[in-house]
Design a binder for this molecule. Structure first.
Ligand code: NAP
Length: 279
């Protein structure tokens, strides 16, 4: 019987996941289909009950359900538990198991650009949900130093203080980060600043950026944010949010089917949707 997978979110109509996963099911001749389910927060509990009733094979979970779905599942993977958010659900013979592939998806994309990332000085800009997944994954991997700059400094402090993995981190204001930017080999922009439609916004000036650094922005709409454009002008390497998005999806697909998919194919499917070129 055809298996059913899906993504739940509110809103969810914009999600590229159905196109990405259906293309992979077709490519690998998996008898399955993937649909978007628009689920309001007040209906999440009923929706999960319904997924159990129809034996849904797996789920992607997006905003605002990543935390709220956790108590509704049967088991949570330790990294997802530490991060405090689930973006992937696997139905293992009726048991719903929650994982988080956002941080590991980011890390896979980073490894391609900076294979020696473990020894680098990194700066994370932002302390929201995506930053938390990335920070905990970097800490778990044992990266030498990861500092965090956020508008609300207390949120960055909370993130560092509650990280269950060994870490070496300072918390900075945006102004302090701007002044010390030359210290960092990898700068990871995780705030929503610069995202469509507010594309002329940037969290900080890259005046002091060194040209050997990588600036990575997890936003993919637009494909080149203002901070990436300015970093490129300074001679630095840049990476947009497509690698993180496609790798988190690839890791989901692997959990559901046991197949690690063709990344070039996934990237080109997403880029076609977004109408641009990766960087
Ligand atoms: P979130 O939990 O709401 O966190 C938002 C972050 O942005 C916080 O650090 C917040 O700072 C900061 N921020 C928002 N508006 C700001 C402003 N005007 N000035 C200064 N700081 C501001 O959001 P999230 O889920 O982490 O998502 C963040 C971004 O990542 C979004 O653009 C999302 O599309 C993108 N994303 C991409 C992927 C991918 O696969 N590529 C995956 C997940 C998310 P405060 O703490 O001070 O409020």
């Amino acid at each position: 019987m055809k298996k059913l997978y899906g993504v739940i979110g509110d809103p969810v109509a914009h999600s590229m996941s159905p196109i990405m996963h259906n293309d992979l099911f077709q490519l690998y001749s998996v008898d399955a289909t993937y649909v978007a389910f628009h689920v309001k927060p007040e209906n999440l509990q009923d929706a999960v009950k319904g997924f159990r009733a129809i034996n849904l094979a797996g789920l992607s979970v997006t905003v605002p359900h990543k935390q709220m779905i956790m108590p509704l599942l049967d088991e949570i993977d330790p990294l997802a538990e530490a991060i405090g958010a689930v973006n992937t659900v696997v139905n293992d013979h009726g048991r719903l198991i929650g994982y988080n592939t956002d941080g590991s998806g980011y890390l896979e994309g980073l490894k391609k650009e900076v294979p020696s990332f473990m020894d680098k000085n990194m700066l994370l800009i932002g302390a929201g949900g995506a930053a938390r997944a990335i920070y905990y994954t970097l800490a778990q991997a044992g990266v030498k130093k990861v500092d965090i700059a956020n508008r609300t400094v207390e949120k960055a402090e909370y993130l560092v203080n509650n990280c269950p993995f060994p870490k070496n981190s300072e918390v900075l204001s945006f102004k302090e980060a701007e002044e010390q930017l030359a210290k960092y080999d990898v700068i990871v922009q995780t705030t929503s600043i610069g995202m469509h439609p507010d594309i002329e916004a940037s969290p900080l000036s890259v005046e002091k950026l060194k040209s050997t650094s990588l600036v990575s922005d997890i936003i993919y709409s637009p494909l080149e944010t203002k901070i990436l454009r300015e970093a490129k002008q300074k001679g630095a390497r840049i990476q947009n949010g497509i690698p993180m998005f496609t790798y988190q999806g690839a890791l989901q697909f692997e959990k559901w089917t046991g197949i690690f998919p063709d990344m070039d194919r996934m990237q080109s499917v997403c880029l076609k949707q977004l109408g641009g070129k990766s960087c």
